[in-house]
Design a protein around this ligand. Structure first.
Ligand SMILES: Nc1ncnc2c1ncn2[C@@H]1O[C@H](COP(=O)(O)OP(=O)(O)OP(=O)(O)O)[C@@H](O)[C@H]1O
Length: 357
């Protein structure tokens, strides 16, 4: 039967809890609801990927956790609990400075925007080491060299003295990661960290983040529009659509057992499936206008499997396993049995087989 999402199913401890979050922006007198009543837990030491197409609310959600919402936006409802405090209640920049960078750090798509072009990269990392680790002089210098080594940069003494423009895009991203790690955060948010990089470098940066996660005991949140990118690095995936989380589960559950037709559509658009040359399920239409009130399941108008109730009532989270939940009326016991498209079923079967081997 349907149960409201309750993700605390094992001994894993929650490091961040988002409860019934609603975020709105006011634009020329009109109100846009970017986050529509989201609840999501983040577990200590895990890597969670938040996946969804452009405009689904991934960045707004993460910005709200870091106190970086644009001035015309605000939290209208809900809580963001970290370390027994509700971050949503923060009103001053001073309060945020205790969290931002220090406890929760962020790596963005474009390293150039995070780096100062006029300072050597060594100095930029060392400033964080001094500020956040309290080291001075030779100790701070040594720690900076160690961080450079940890992020896979060679010849560190020479590199320390160089400026951002002397590095390639991939190397610059490594430096931004070193700066983030220098602050010893508990949570690292990676917002499309590899989008600007070519495929080989992408894989290297993702592997680096995976290694650093283990070494530093980090909890990582990946934000991406590309499900394929996080397949190998995420423990869990939350799928967002029109400001809502519509499915969440462990990575293999989302890839090979997903139940929401929107997740099916996302998987269908993976190049691995396209290469089979089969006619796959593709999403037609556009996401809803977030200035307007959304009734029912926001995906219903684009969903070939939508039921009448999908247009009327927001589906609850139906529990599929201890770790897997989806917001679709198709999971209601009274709903007709619907199977994913044949090509996707073949992909699911192949993936499950592979997982069992
Ligand atoms: N300052 C703002 N004023 C008005 N609307 C905003 C503002 N910031 C974000 N939005 C709206 O909030 C919604 C969610 O945006 P968000 O940037 O979180 O999407 P996203 O999933 O991160 O997309 P992308 O992958 O393109 O970054 C969008 O409709 C966007 O236009």
């Amino acid at each position: 039967m349907c149960k409201e999402m309750k993700q605390v199913t094992s001994k894993k401890s929650r490091i961040l809890v988002i409860q019934n979050l609603v975020i709105q922006f006011t634009l020329r007198g009109r109100v846009l609801t970017a986050i529509r009543d989201i609840s999501l837990d983040l577990y200590k030491g895990e890597s969670l990927a938040i996946v969804g197409e452009s405009g689904s609310g991934k960045s707004v959600l993460m910005k709200s956790i870091m106190g970086l919402l644009d001035k015309n936006g605000s939290i209208k409802q809900g809580r963001i609990i970290y370390n027994a405090q509700d971050l949503g209640q923060f009103t001053t920049e001073q309060e945020w400075l205790r969290i931002r960078g220090k406890e929760i750090a962020m790596v963005t798509q474009d390293p150039m925007t995070s780096l100062n072009p006029l300072k050597t990269i060594g100095k930029q990392i060392e400033e964080c080491v001094v500020l956040h680790q309290g080291l001075r002089g030779k100790e701070a210098y040594e720690e900076t060299l160690k961080l450079l080594t940890d992020v896979g940069i060679n010849d560190v003494k020479k590199r320390y003295k160089q400026y951002p423009h002397e590095f390639s895009g991939g190397m610059r991203q490594r430096i931004v990661i070193a700066i983030a790690i220098a602050c010893k955060p508990n949570i690292l948010i990676c917002d499309e960290p590899t989008t600007a990089l070519d495929v080989t470098i992408q894989a290297q940066i993702l592997q680096l983040l995976k290694n650093l996660q283990q070494k530093y005991g980090l909890t990582i949140v990946y934000i991406t529009h590309d499900l394929g990118v996080v397949a190998k690095v995420a423990d869990r995936i939350a799928v967002m659509y029109a400001g809502d989380v519509i499915e969440v589960g462990e990575t293999h559950e989302i890839f090979f057992h997903s139940r929401h037709p929107y997740t099916w559509a996302l998987i269908s658009s993976l190049p691995q499936l396209g290469s089979k040359g089969e006619q796959l399920y593709s999403i037609k239409g556009t996401p809803p206008n977030l200035f307007q009130e959304i009734k029912g399941d926001a995906f219903a108008p684009r969903n070939p499997y939508a039921l009448k109730i999908d247009f009327l009532e927001r589906p609850p989270f139906f529990q599929i396993s201890d770790t897997h939940y989806a917001r679709t009326w198709l999971l209601d016991p009274l709903a007709p049995k619907v199977e994913p498209p044949a090509a996707l079923q073949a992909f699911f079967a192949e993936g499950r087989q592979y997982a069992n081997d």
